[in-house]
Design a protein around this ligand. Structure first.
Ligand code: IPD
Length: 254
């Protein structure tokens, strides 16, 4: 099988799996949610675990020699072979509080190179997807990052991560960018922030201390939509500070 045929097959399976997982999440969100763990800035829910298990069964059922690296399990394969990088629910706290802004995020990495990304928002039935060299789309329509160049016309989303340190740093960024950008947002889903950058709805997204599963699919989307992403490695397995934007607005502070 040629590489492009293989990539198309993986991509189609990723889209179908993200959509199916999203529908299950939306149905379950209408009922009682089981909270497994609570910290000051985060919640872990059983639905995250159940969704990860569903996605893992779907992907490994079809591709048994692949590996899973996910927020709720799977340790990947150290960047070797084919790894699926999964955040079953990105925006868990939103979901747990009844805010319909969360998504499923699935990316695929081959020998350390990200080759496809899918982000599905079940609340709006929006599926953002891209594969290397194929451009990026939302529900089948091509998307591009925004053309804006001026910070004073830009909308930025800043992510408040889970540690005290990253929250403090984000507050510093808020003070600076609230004064200089048109608007700031804190929407609670890193993956959807990145999908929105790819779609040109917002101009940039910045967060300190984010994990690979929050940003892997978004990275492919943004790069295929003409944007830029800068990752600065942090201590911990595949942890980063991230600046993801249209590549045109000047964002000196990160
Ligand atoms: C979180 C969300 C949130 C971001 C956090 C992430 P999760 O992911 O993306 O917006 O600020 O840093 O950890 O826990 O909902 O999958």
């Amino acid at each position: 099988m040629s590489d492009s045929v293989q990539l198309t097959e993986w991509h189609e399976k990723a889209v179908a799996t993200a959509r199916a997982a999203g529908k299950r999440i939306a149905a379950a969100a209408a009922g009682e949610l089981q909270i497994n763990e609570e910290t000051h800035h985060d919640l872990k829910i059983q639905l995250d675990v159940d969704t990860q298990n569903f996605i893992e069964a779907e992907l490994l059922g079809m591709f048994p020699d692949h590996h899973i690296l996910g927020e709720e399990g799977g340790s990947g394969n150290d960047g070797k072979g084919v790894e699926w990088i999964v955040d079953p629910i990105d925006g868990t706290v939103n979901l747990a509080y009844g805010i319909p802004h969360y998504c499923v995020s699935i990316a695929c990495r081959v020998e350390g190179e990200l080759v496809l990304g899918v982000i599905f928002d079940p609340g709006r039935d929006e599926c953002f997807e891209a594969y290397r060299g194929g451009g990026a789309r939302c529900n089948g329509q091509a998307i591009r990052v925004s053309p804006r160049t001026e910070l004073q016309q830009a909308i930025l989303s800043l992510g408040f991560s889970k540690t005290r340190e990253s929250v403090e740093k984000c507050l510093d960024l808020y003070v600076h960018y609230a004064r200089n950008a048109r608007k700031l947002r804190a929407m609670g889903s890193a993956a959807l922030d990145m999908a929105y950058v790819a779609a040109g709805r917002i101009d940039g997204y910045i967060e300190q201390g984010i994990s690979i599963w929050d940003i892997a699919a978004g990275r492919v989307l943004i790069e295929e939509a003409g944007g830029t992403i800068v990752l600065t490695e942090q201590p911990g397995r595949e942890k980063f500070h991230v600046k993801a934007w249209n590549g045109k607005v000047d964002l000196p502070l990160v």
